[in-house]
Design a protein around this ligand. Structure first.
Ligand SMILES: *[C@@H]1O[C@H](CO)[C@@H](O)[C@H](O)[C@H]1NC(C)=O
Ligand SMILES: *[C@@H]1O[C@H](CO)[C@@H](O)[C@H](O)[C@H]1NC(C)=O
Ligand SMILES: *[C@@H]1O[C@H](CO)[C@@H](O)[C@H](O)[C@H]1NC(C)=O
Ligand SMILES: *[C@@H]1O[C@H](CO)[C@@H](O)[C@H](O)[C@H]1NC(C)=O
Ligand SMILES: *[C@@H]1O[C@H](CO)[C@@H](O)[C@H](O)[C@H]1NC(C)=O
Ligand SMILES: *[C@@H]1O[C@H](CO)[C@@H](O)[C@H](O)[C@H]1NC(C)=O
Ligand SMILES: *[C@@H]1O[C@H](CO)[C@@H](O)[C@H](O)[C@H]1NC(C)=O
Ligand SMILES: *[C@@H]1O[C@H](CO)[C@@H](O)[C@H](O)[C@H]1NC(C)=O
Length: 416
């Protein structure tokens, strides 16, 4: 009983509201708005009895109300709304996001009827944004690349990105005035990457799928790695490399004769004297249609290679240099150690003691100073650093110098 009474009550209330809000006025919609733009809400039909009052609402907010001859627009809408007395159309401009929602027109007729109609304002999301990139092969310094973009919705800004970083205009990167397209001319290899753009309006944004741009270049920096001098009867590999996009293909000539070898490595299984000569690797790029070569001279001789009279590889030379340096450093370290621990007679390295340098130099006549005479400017007399210069100090004195000359004052050393 309770339930059916409740249900009945609900239905009664709904039917009352249904009557009250009966939509007798048709207003097409929803309408797409753009922030900053304008919309017009106009009823498709009008009552033909005379009108007492008209009201436009946004949600529960009154926009305008009153009899046709003395309508009042509320202050909040006064400067961005207009009303057409003949069509009852409401125009709203300077749209903002908060304007999205339901707009309702209510009309009271002289016959006592109330007619209403509703429509809504929505801000359309941006969709279907895509980037269209160049289709042809692009060659560095020759080609230009044009990107265009498209998408639906009201767009207030377009942002381009390359490899997820904003793309900025430059001498070679030029945006169209609406920023919907970009032209890169001429392209450089650094322009390779993924391009995409984001369309925005205050209500939404959408980013296009990235489009990859490949800039073809090269070949350049062709080089052949391999031994220069080898022994008889050994296996030799020469390997060729090049900087190229796409990867270069290789061909080898020996003494100007084609070898039919088209890999990056030229291998001789067992050297004999006929293998001496010039090996020319040509790297070719089938997109740029360019090629570049590098010549490598191989000498086969008895005892060649392996460091036996055939010259040292740069690696071996580096190893020897490092070994010598390590040995020298070790000897120096050992000398300092033995001196400090007084295992060999003191030869007075350095002068960090409290004694003034001048005084000490007099006491220690065997000190070895670096030859600093060439530091002297012409006309400046070398102070022989003796007795009277009690304020003289020496920053650092290295052992091993040949000059026996006593040091000049410190100031002279730095003023060079
Ligand atoms: C408008 O008035 C005409 C007669 O003038 C009448 O036939 C018609 O039904 C009326 N329409 C409405 C919607 O009241
Ligand atoms: C627009 O996108 C937002 C999220 O970005 C979403 O909440 C909203 O429902 C979308 N509106 C429409 C009309 O699709
Ligand atoms: C790119 O666009 C510029 C100007 O918009 C045009 O001059 C050029 O020919 C275009 N390049 C390509 C490859 O379409
Ligand atoms: C390369 O191949 C061609 C035929 O394919 C052959 O006539 C020529 O002798 C070959 N050259 C060498 C150096 O092997
Ligand atoms: C070199 O040796 C490999 C196998 O180690 C062989 O396949 C190749 O044919 C040989 N090349 C020549 C030129 O003899
Ligand atoms: C290749 O050229 C070098 C030097 O130009 C020459 O000494 C050698 O004999 C040549 N080898 C052959 C097989 O022609
Ligand atoms: C270039 O060579 C590669 C194989 O090395 C091939 O797949 C590609 O189609 C070639 N491109 C052109 C433009 O010839
Ligand atoms: C290299 O390019 C030149 C012209 O630029 C052409 O004559 C030659 O055949 C090319 N060489 C190779 C190995 O492709």
């Amino acid at each position: 009983m309770m339930i059916s009474r409740g249900l009945y009550g609900t239905l009664w209330i709904l039917s009352c509201f249904g009557l009250f809000l009966s939509e007798d006025l048709q207003i097409s919609g929803p309408t797409n708005g753009a922030v900053g733009g304008s919309v017009v809400f106009a009823p498709d039909n009008l009552p033909n009895t005379s009108i007492i009052t008209v009201q436009w609402h946004f949600g529960s907010t009154v926009i305008l109300t009153g009899p046709l001859d003395s309508l009042i627009i509320v202050p909040a809408y006064r400067d961005r709304v207009s009303f057409d007395r003949n069509t009852f159309a409401l125009e709203l401009w300077n749209l903002r996001l908060e304007d999205s929602g339901i707009y309702r027109l209510t009309v009271l007729t002289s016959a006592g009827g109330q007619l209403t109609g509703e429509t809504s304002l929505v801000f359309e999301n941006i969709t279907n944004v895509r980037v269209i990139g160049p289709e042809e092969s692009l060659i560095e310094a020759e080609s230009s690349a044009n990107f265009s973009s498209e998408g639906t919705g009201i767009i207030t800004s377009v942002q381009w990105m390359k490899d997820n970083r904003p793309l900025s205009p430059s001498n070679s990167i030029i945006f169209s005035s609406d920023h919907r397209s970009v032209s890169i001319s001429p392209v450089q290899r650094s322009d390779s990457g993924e391009y995409q753009c984001t369309y925005r309006n205050p209500a939404s944004s959408q980013t296009a799928k990235p489009v990859r741009l490949i800039i073809n270049y090269g070949p350049e920096d062709v080089s052949v790695k391999g031994e220069d001098v080898v022994d008889l009867g050994v296996r030799v590999s020469l390997s060729c490399s090049a900087n190229s996009e796409p990867a270069a293909s290789f061909s080898w000539k020996f003494n100007e004769t084609d070898t039919n070898v088209t890999t990056d490595t030229f291998t001789i299984n067992e050297t004999d004297f006929t293998h001496s000569g010039d090996y020319i690797c040509t790297a070719s790029n089938n997109v740029t249609k360019r090629n570049a070569s590098h010549k490598h001279t191989l000498t086969v001789k008895v005892g060649g290679g392996g460091g036996r009279g055939g010259g040292l590889s740069s690696g071996a030379i580096a190893g020897i240099v490092i070994g010598v340096l390590v040995a020298v450093a070790g000897i120096c370290g050992l000398t300092v150690y033995l001196t400090k621990t007084k295992k060999i007679p003191k030869i007075n390295l350095g002068q960090h003691g409290p004694a003034r340098g001048a005084a000490q130099s007099r006491q220690e006549p065997d000190l070895n100073y670096a030859d600093i005479s060439h530091f002297q400017k012409a006309g400046e007399r070398v102070n022989l650093g003796n007795t009277s210069e009690s304020s003289t100090e020496y920053a650092e004195v290295k052992p091993g110098g040949k000059s026996r000359a006593p040091p000049p004052p410190y100031g002279h050393q730095v003023r060079t």
